[in-house]
Ligand binder design. Structure first.
Ligand code: ARG
Length: 466
């Protein structure tokens, strides 16, 4: 390498260039500012590649040894924070390789044999996203455990169930908590599925067409923990489905977190008082001393925006890209980095909030009986005990609700005589179905809100989680 090529154009690909890039070109082109996050994966991939080049006789064992050791030196420099990142070297791949050359000299130039930055970046990024999938799975599992602990404690605590945010029928606290466990369980399986699908190695696809060197892609795939090498080199360098699957799974998961966050915001208000959030996950107001704000829940309600935004951004980058690699694809990383950071923080914050919050059992129970929440139980009883068609039972119940409303009382507070005035067949047995506890206990259908059913689902989930 001559001095001229070092100063006037890129040291890695400057052979055919007479002049170096404009400063603005360098600014728009360089990714080192963000893709330095891939350093560990980049070095891991390069070490696997060098070992394979030696095993197949493409480079000498000595050169491979020098490369392998030199890369570890570079790794420790980066980890110690004294690696000289250089914008003019564009990205993490060329920064690492250039530094390797400074550290070990001539053998460094043999590392890039039978490889391109196209398969290199695809490999690095895949390894990084795979780690994030594992982190998401662990974070979701921790949150599920926190929800199960809440459900176990309040498996038979009654609360209002809502539709249209209007009191509908009494349900149990445990049942409501377990609803989120189901959602998060689907999120878990989405990440697990995606991880299986993405676990193929792009390394060795080279620029796009494969290589004439006798490489062993199975060897590098195995060394990097991939199940197999990707079967088509064109697809291998240009596929970013794994990142899109990560983002879409993350977006769905963040949507679930947002719904729970919204419930926590409502439930912690003075009007509901269904839960008391811990001080550790609340903030105060600088002007209103009485206030305790559910800021973490509010932020979690909003975080979906960033993750969904990242997903839309990357879909937009990828749509319409001709095969194979285009520089557009460099725009994949910041979106995924931010979405992954956001998701992991969101999962941790929600887990902390759920773990620390206290459900207000008396407030839940008082709200459960308000709003004629056992009207459906009364109608069902009229069908069961008196043999009324459901439509007639609905009408009789509606009349009784109106009567109770006029008197300003709840259904169980009407007298037997008052009920019989509406339908003479009603007997004293009706009172057995009117309390909220009777109501939830009767909902024994599979997946229903009866405490026995809730406990069965808790037991199933505990077995699933091991
Ligand atoms: N920094 C690039 C990226 O993130 C690496 C691959 C560059 N390949 C190339 N042929 N210019 O996509």
């Amino acid at each position: 390498m001559t001095n001229a090529s070092q100063t006037s154009s890129n040291a890695m690909w400057g052979g055919r260039f007479a002049a170096g890039p404009d400063a603005i070109m360098e600014a728009i082109n360089a990714s080192i500012g963000f893709d330095k996050r891939l350093y560990a994966q980049d070095i891991q991939g390069s070490r696997a590649h060098a070992a394979m080049l030696a095993a197949t006789g493409i480079i000498s064992d000595n050169d491979a040894k020098a490369i392998g050791e030199g890369l570890l030196t570079v790794l420790s420099e980066i980890e110690a924070g004294n690696f000289p990142f250089r914008t003019e070297l564009e990205d993490i791949h060329m920064n690492v390789e250039a530094r390797l050359k400074e550290v070990i000299g001539e053998p460094a130039g043999r590392l890039h044999t039978a490889r391109s930055r196209n398969d290199q970046v695809a490999t690095d990024f895949r390894l990084w996203v795979r780690d994030q999938m594992d982190a998401a799975i662990a974070g979701i599992e921790a949150l599920i455990r926190a929800l199960i602990a809440q459900a176990e404690q309040g498996a038979d605590w009654v609360m209002p169930g809502f539709t249209h945010l209007q009191t509908a029928q009494p349900v149990t606290w445990g049942h409501h908590m377990m609803a989120y466990v189901e959602m998060l369980g689907r999120d878990l399986s989405r990440f697990r599925d995606a991880r299986v699908r993405m676990n193929e190695s792009p390394l060795g696809a080279a620029a796009l067409a494969g290589t004439s060197f006798p490489i062993d892609r199975h060897m590098t795939a195995a060394a990097l923990g991939f199940d197999r090498p990707a079967a088509n080199s064109l697809d291998a360098v240009s596929d970013r489905d794994f990142a899109l699957e990560f983002l879409s799974s993350a977006a769905i998961c963040a949507m679930h977190l947002s719904r729970l966050a919204e419930e926590l915001v409502i439930w912690s208000s003075a009007q509901f008082r269904f839960v008391i959030l811990s001080d550790r996950f609340s903030t105060g107001s600088s002007i209103m001393p009485q206030k305790k704000n559910p800021d973490a829940a509010e932020l979690l309600r909003a975080k979906i925006g960033r993750i969904l935004g990242a997903m839309v951004a990357l879909f937009t980058v990828m749509k319409g890209l001709p095969l194979t690699y285009s520089k557009d694809m460099q725009e994949d990383k910041e979106q995924v980095f931010d979405a992954a950071d956001t998701l992991m923080l969101s999962l941790a914050a929600m887990e902390g909030m759920v773990r620390d919050m206290a459900a207000n059992r008396p407030a839940l129970e008082a709200a459960a009986s308000a709003g004629f929440s056992t009207a459906t139980d009364l109608a069902d009883w009229l069908v069961r005990a008196l043999g009324l068609p459901f439509r007639d039972a609905h009408h009789v119940t509606g009349t009784l609700v109106r009567k109770a409303e006029e008197k300003g009382v709840d259904l169980p507070d009407l007298s037997l005589e008052e009920m019989q005035a509406v339908h003479p067949g009603i007997t004293v047995d009706v009172f057995a179905v009117l309390g909220v506890h009777n109501s939830v206990a009767s909902r024994q259908s599979y997946g229903g809100t009866a405490p026995d059913q809730v406990r069965a689902q808790i037991a199933r989930w505990k077995e699933v989680l091991g």
